[in-house]
Every structure is written in C-alpha cells, then in structure tokens.
Design a protein around this ligand. Structure first.
Ligand SMILES: [Zn+2]
Length: 616
C-alpha cells in the first residue's frame, strides 16, 4: 500500500481550521458521529481522537508524546468549553499527558467529566505529577515555555469520574453536560494492557465506533481482554502490528529469570531499568514468584530494591489485588489463600526514600564476599532520568562486573537505545551521556566515568562507558498485543472500516494488509491522518489511502504466505497453552485435547474469514 497523502490537510495552517468543515462532513442521523485524530495517528505518542456528534464533542484520550522534549495533541480549531467529556482508556502518559493542557486552555466545558476506571484515575495521578516535574524542567530550556501548572493538574483530578467496566451501554447525559437531544451511549471493557486499561465503544443512532486503546492480553497478572461489541468503525492501535507474535510471555519470563539467577549466583549486582507502571509490576511479580527457588545461602544475600515512581505505582496495584475485575484470578486467589496482600513486592524489598538510602545499598554490597547483592528495579526504562541512569553511572564507577537488563522499548536518542545498538552491533563498550548526578557528595571515580555540571542550566551530567558484556536485551515482555491479538480483537468487532492509529509506518502498512485479508466483513483498512475526520456511517469512501479485500486474491497465496500463517497460528497456540499450563498441572491427554480444540477453532475462524474475502 502506498500513501502519498500529506500528514496534514494542506490548508490546516489557519488557527481556526475546522476538520469537519474542511472535509465537508455534516452530522445527521445517517452520519451521527465523526472521529478526528488530533494526535497518535501515525505515531506512538499523544493519542487523542475527537468524536463529534450533532450535539456534542468528546475526546477519547489526550496524551503527550514524551520524545523530543514533549509534544501535545494538535488542538487547533477547538474553542473554549468545546469538549463535553473525555473517555480515558488508560493511565500511560501518551494517553493522559495532554489533559492538563486541555484544562489550561479552557477547552473543557464546565463540569465535563473524564470517564475512566478507578485504577486508571489513581495511576494517572501518579504519572501526571511526574509529568508536571518533567514539564517544568523542560520549560526552562531556551525556546520552551510552560504550558500547564499544578492548578491544571489538580483541576484534571477533580474531573475524574471513576467507573468500573460497563457491559451495559450507558447514556452519556447521565455524566456529562450535554443537550437533551444528545443520544450517545458508551460501554467499556478490559483491554488487558495495564491495570484498569479499557477499550471504549460509543454508539449513536444505531451506529457504533470502537476505540481499542492499547491492547494487551499478555500480562500474567491481568484478566483477559473482554471482547468488544460489533461496530461500524474500529479505531485500532498498531504498535506491534508488524510482528507475527511475541516470544510467549512465559518463555520471556523464564529466560529473563534464568539470566538474573545466573548473575545472582555469580554474586554480581543487577540493574533493571523499567517503566514505572506495568513493566515494573510484571518484573516484581516474577521475582516474588521465583526468587525463593534460589539456594538459601544466595537468597539470603539478595537485596531486592524497588525505586522511584515504581513504588507508588506498585502501591496503586496493591489496592486492587482482591478485585478480579482488574487483576487476574490467580492473583486474587493467591492473596485470599495466603493473606499476603502485597504480591507485587518480593519479601524484604527495600524501598529507598533518599539518596543516602541509595548510597547505602551500594556501599553495603561486598563484591569480594558476595554479601548484600543488589537487584534493583528502577525507572526510567530507557535510562532517561529517574534513578535508573544514576544507578548505572554508580555501577560503572564502582564495579568490575555488573548486569543491566534492557526490558522494554528503547526510543531513538535515549541512553537505552545507545546501549542496545552497541549490543546489537557487537561493540565491546558503549559510551552514554546522561543528565544525572551521583547519590552522594563524593563523586565516585574511575577511568570510565566523567561527571560535570552544565554552566548555563546548572544541570548535572555524566558520561559513562559501559562494557557491553554487562548488557542483556530481554524481549517478549511487551504489554502490547502483536498481530494475532490485534486480529482477534478486530474479528470480534467485525467492522466495515478499520482505521489504524498509534503505530509506526511499517507496522501499520503490514497490519493493514493483514487485516484486509483476514477479518471477515471488513471493507477497508486505512491508516488514519492527523485532523482528517473519519465519518461513522455505512458505504463510506475514505479520504485517505486504504486497502480493501479486493487487493488480495487468496488463490495466489504463496507457500511462503501459508507457512507464515501457520507459524503465526502455532505461535499463538503455544502462548495460550503456556498460559493455561501456568495455572495448574495438566495431564498429557488433557493437553492433547486442548490443542485439538484450539486448532479446530482457529481453523474454523480462518476458513470463515477467507470465505468472506472470496465472496467480495
Ligand atoms: Zn499504553
């Protein structure tokens, strides 16, 4: 699929540019809604989708793109008080980080609520506080200005309207200041991506649009994805749309644990930079479950450290550990049986509160006798701030041998990406520069490290040279569904139109073709464009390049394609079997039966899909 259409409509320069007017869309009973991306169209970051009806205006998510100093959604054409309600799918900052700017510019109507689940509201508070700190720091840089402050963040908290997942559709007029004529109903369900994450379904006048939010279905501590209702339009995330399937979560966990175990048995310190929410809990749960398999004399010497924002985020998780709406039943059962209400904290975890606590943890480690071996989980995940970059610098200054696990996506321009590239490229060492200072007043010194202070900004900086044999890239822990999971969700929704959002170019192109071929009833799959509305109606021809099932002829499918397809089925099946098997012991006979059933389902599913394509 080629798409030469520009990123933005040509005449979108005007400050009062109105996307609906420009596209000539009039909302009425045949086109009761239109969806306009204001961010997160062809990028991962600043997700924001405006939904207009004849009577009201809503947003689904309002995020911040944290890369390149921070970028908010494109709000041009929105007038003060325009937005009647926001549906927030989950608490990640690329979905909620733009809310305070919306507040600052007065774009929300008086009493406009932000509808989300209770865990989303709680975790978003933690992340927005941190985002404000980062924003203040960045606003001090030349050419930048502050776009929101503490009052705006507090005003956002006041608007949160926490609601559990709603299987029955609810009328928006019960929650938002909309005119009596407004007939919008909404429904939410578990997206399996993060504690409290949801998809959102909006319906009006017999038409429906489903927004996937970020989809997961992989974490062992979260419930499965709830199937969303059938809809005319599906706005679908595509972050990993280019990937058949991840390494199965249970394999990824085991591989990572074995590597950490090796390091601890060698009595070497371990640093795992991690995102504070989601990944940190996936990791801490892994260590809760497995560290007790270490030989006693080693286990005794391991100091698990949970640092920075991951502490607060983990506390938020613990509030919900007995609620099977939000955490997997295996966790709820474990908590109820054992009475141990903090399953995300390995026994004896240290939670440093100050730099002197952190310094003590490193001082107490004795590499010669292997006493007090630190196993540190600390944000940020890409070594761009938080305490992980400080631990890394201290490790370089202090130790000959250490281990650093890169467990998540490493964006371009980050220290994490530099390390990852060096590892991939087979270099022996990698030099990274980080804006960070040491824990103590003494700057630990070695040939591999230089500390200094920027004269203009007063920022502390460090340049550290890291041996690549310290590094391990741990893949397969992603909280995002790969192609198989995205396709399954799309099949449940069965839309005529799929609009891909929140993904890089290659992932969207790849996924668009795959869904056009493999989702029954789909008429077009399109890559969304910023400020270009998608009408929710039937028989629509979109104003942006799309693929349709006619582009594909199943007779011409090559052996290569068939093999790829088979590979995908087996991969997905492997993952399901592993998940099920984790729950309890299965006999071989039961497993054989399970595999047979699953295969029968998958084959039935797939032949239905290809029949439908052939009909067109
Ligand atoms: Zn997310």
């Amino acid at each position: 699929m080629t798409d030469d259409t520009p990123w933005l409509p040509d005449d979108a320069d005007e400050a009062d540019f109105d996307p609906l007017d420009h596209a000539g869309i009039t909302l009425d009973k045949d086109t009761p809604m239109a969806v306009t991306p204001r961010g997160g169209a062809r990028e991962v970051g600043r997700s924001c989708y405006q939904v207009d009806t004849e009577w009201a205006t809503y947003l689904v998510d309002c995020g911040l793109n944290q890369g390149a100093g921070g970028q908010f959604p494109d709000f041009r054409g929105l007038e003060p008080n325009d937005v009647d309600a926001v549906f927030l799918t989950h608490a990640h900052i690329d979905h909620c980080g733009g809310l305070p700017v919306l507040e600052n510019r007065g774009l929300l109507a008086e009493d406009a609520p932000i509808l989300c689940t209770p865990p989303t509201a709680q975790i978003a508070q933690t992340l927005l506080e941190d985002s404000l700190k980062i924003h203040r720091r960045e606003a001090n840089r030349p050419g930048r200005q502050q776009e929101f402050g503490e009052a705006d963040v507090n005003a956002v908290y006041d608007r949160f309207e926490p609601l559990d997942y709603t299987t029955e559709a609810r009328w928006i007029e019960q929650y938002a200041p909309v005119p009596d004529m407004e007939s919008l109903q909404f429904q939410t369900g578990d997206a399996g991506h993060l504690l409290g994450s949801s998809w959102v379904s909006l319906q009006s006048a017999g038409y429906r649009a489903v927004f996937s939010g970020d989809l997961g279905g992989r974490a062992t501590h979260l419930p499965d994805i709830d199937p969303a209702p059938e809809a005319d339009l599906l706005v679908l995330e595509s972050t990993y749309g280019g990937l058949h399937s991840h390494t199965s979560m249970s394999d990824a966990r085991t591989e990572l644990y074995r590597a950490v175990e090796r390091a601890l048995k060698n009595r070497e310190p371990v640093l795992i930079p991690t995102f504070a929410v989601g990944r940190a809990q996936t990791l801490s749960l892994l260590f809760t479950e497995r560290l007790n398999t270490l030989p006693d004399h080693i286990e005794r010497e391991v100091n698990v450290v949970l640092d920075g924002m991951a502490q607060e985020a983990t506390d938020r998780y613990h509030v919900h550990v007995t609620d099977s709406d939000y955490v997997d039943e295996s966790i709820v059962n474990r908590v109820e049986e054992s009475g141990w209400t903090q399953p995300f904290l390995p026994d004896g975890t240290i939670r440093p509160e100050s730099d002197s606590d952190r310094e003590r943890i490193l001082d107490e480690f004795d590499p010669v006798n292997g006493e007090n071996i630190p196993l540190i989980l600390a944000p940020s995940g890409m070594l761009t701030g938080g305490h992980s970059s400080r631990y890394l610098a201290e490790f370089v200054a202090r130790y000959d041998d250490a281990n650093v696990f890169l467990t998540g996506y490493q964006a371009n321009g980050t220290a994490g990406r530099t390390l990852h590239n060096a590892l991939d490229g087979g270099a022996e060492r990698a030099t990274v520069e980080m804006d960070t200072g040491p824990f103590g007043t003494e700057f630990p010194d070695s040939d591999d490290i230089t500390w200094w202070t920027d004269k203009e900004t007063g920022e502390r900086l460090v340049r550290a040279t890291v041996p690549t044999d310290w590094l391990t890239a741990a893949d397969g822990l992603s909280g995002h569904a790969a192609r198989h999971g995205l396709r399954q969700f799309a099949r449940d929704v069965g839309p005529a139109t799929i609009s891909l959002v929140h993904g890089p170019d290659y992932a969207q192109e790849n996924l668009a073709q795959h869904l056009a071929e493999n989702v029954s009833g789909v008429e077009q799959v399109t890559r969304s464009r910023l400020l270009t509305p998608i009408p929710v109606t039937r028989d629509v021809a979109l104003d942006t390049a799309s693929v349709t099932p006619e582009h594909f002829d199943s007779d011409k499918e090559t052996y290569g394609d068939q093999l790829e397809h088979l590979h995908e089925l087996v991969g997905a099946l492997g993952e399901e079997v592993a998940d099920v098997r984790g729950g309890r012991e299965w006999t071989e006979a039961e497993l054989r039966e399970l595999v047979r059933d699953e295969l029968r389902d998958l084959v039935a599913d797939d032949s239905l899909a290809s029949e439908a394509s052939a009909d067109d």
